[in-house]
Design a protein around this ligand. Structure first.
Ligand code: ARG
Length: 457
């Protein structure tokens, strides 16, 4: 049953119908669609479009449909164009002609955006919860690995010693920002477009504020033309998801790298690794590679919708139907990846001695320069002097810690500094005790701050 057959002659071309139909995708909005209709019919009753018995029939019919969806007994027909048509078709089957009154004053244009926003109002908190679970694992790793030292990297070159805990937490905060962004998007989704009709608003005196309250929206849209075309909330959700995917991807990339024989910092648990069909020795980090790969897909979904929105004539255009697949896919990707990472990260075996061994003496060059600064030498000069010392050590095939006091004396005459204590990861790390630094006591504070974040929402 089509919702719009009156002016048409004959039937749609079968292939064109298939292209047009969105039921395969938007049936995920079933619950939201029926709930929206229940609340809409209450308004129609209130303003006298439905008498008591008509309202009762529609209400009971919709409740039955809701149950059918919940019990997975609802039958989708090949002729159902989308979820809105399917629900109305079924209502006809259950209560007959009265079903034809339900769509009074409403268009699928305001209906679909209402359903979609309602769906996201449920999905976003679930996603935030999954991110929170993963963040919890990062904090736990940070607590557990508090005594482990490693080099930090810039340009993938050894930089300065840090605590492994500090490194773990460096992946916590981007996710915290993802949650802030998703919370903002949630608020955007809380604006109700229902009552906007097809484009110009409805001519029936429904109380939009009451509708919004009943459906759990926080506000109502102010312009019907904007309301039926606005997909900012979907684009925002895709941006939030893509950025979250990128954050997970960056961590995944490092885990892949650190689990190589070349680094040897981490070993993957067998449960989260895969083998090769050809090479018996292989243990591959597929889970982390897929996390990295799926970030690309998330980015594609965002770019796809943004390109669709660009240059659309106002108000509703059928292009907008593409929005749901993108959002559902982005949600499904993150909801598949996050729970696996939440188990895979705690299962990683770490090799503290390998991480420590990667802190070669050159990594203390900044500490040496800082020591010279504390003895009154301007930083630029100190930087150049230590640079020279690095050069000497490289040319003589020794570590910078092996330079003799005579060599230092030649570089910086008259300076009596004991450099021997500089070459300790613990000493270097302890000096970085500014808030946000890697010193143990500030990392412990950072862990408490992170734990407090976990308690919000
Ligand atoms: N299936 C459509 C969508 O998802 C519903 C809105 C259809 N509106 C219309 N004027 N044909 O966008």
């Amino acid at each position: 049953m089509s919702l719009w057959g009156g002016r048409f002659q004959g039937t749609s071309d079968a292939d064109a119908w298939k292209l047009n139909a969105s039921i395969d995708i938007d049936q995920r909005l079933a619950k939201q669609d029926v709930t929206g209709s229940i609340v809409w019919s209450q308004q129609l009753h209130k303003i006298g479009i439905l008498n008591n018995s008509e309202y009762q029939d529609i209400h009971d019919g919709l409740i039955q449909i809701l149950n059918e969806f919940e019990q997975l007994t609802f039958q989708i027909h090949p002729s159902d164009e989308d979820i809105h048509s399917a629900v109305e078709r079924r209502l006809y089957e259950i209560i007959g002609k009265t079903a034809g009154k339900l769509h009074t004053g409403r268009s699928r244009n305001d209906q679909v955006s209402t359903d979609f926003r309602l769906w996201l109002l449920e999905a976003i908190p679930t996603l935030i919860h999954a991110i929170r679970q993963f963040q919890t694992q990062l904090v736990e790793r940070a607590e557990q690995d508090i005594d482990v030292v490693m080099p930090s990297y810039t340009h993938l070159q050894r930089a300065q010693p840090v605590l492994l805990s500090h490194w773990w937490l460096s992946f916590f905060w981007p996710l915290e920002r993802d949650i802030q962004r998703l919370t903002f998007t949630f608020k955007e989704c809380g604006i109700m477009p229902l009552g906007s009709g097809a484009a110009a608003g409805t001519s029936f005196a429904v109380d939009r504020h009451e509708l919004a309250d009943q459906l759990g929206f926080i506000g109502i849209s102010q312009n019907s033309m904007d309301a039926v075309s606005d997909r900012d909330f979907a684009a925002q959700f895709l941006f939030d998801s893509a950025l979250c995917g990128i954050h997970l991807s960056k961590l995944a990339e490092q885990v892949v790298l650190f689990s190589t024989t070349e680094f040897g910092f981490f070993a993957l648990d067998d449960a989260f690794a895969t083998g090769s069909s050809l090479m018996p020795q292989k243990k591959n980090p597929d889970v982390f590679e897929l996390t990295r790969g799926k970030a690309g897909n998330l980015l594609g979904l965002l770019t796809g919708l943004m390109s669709t929105l660009k240059g659309l004539p106002s108000t509703y255009d059928k292009d907008l139907q593409e929005d749901k697949q993108a959002v559902f896919q982005a949600y499904d990707i993150l909801m598949a990846v996050l729970p696996v990472l939440s188990k895979a990260i705690p299962s990683l075996r770490i090799f503290p001695e390998k991480l420590r061994a990667a802190i070669d003496p050159s990594v203390f060059a900044t500490d040496l320069a800082d020591l010279l600064v504390k003895a009154g030498i301007p930083f630029r000069e100190a930087h150049a002097l230590v640079g020279k010392a690095v050069k000497i050590s490289l040319e003589s095939g020794r570590g910078i810690h092996q330079l003799t006091s005579a060599e230092w004396e030649k570089l910086i005459p008259g300076l009596e500094i004991d450099f021997s204590k500089v070459f300790s990861p613990e000493v270097s790390i302890a000096t970085r005790c500014v808030v946000g630094g890697t010193a143990p006591q500030v990392v412990v504070e950072q862990i408490s701050t992170a734990r407090r974040c976990l308690q919000t929402h």
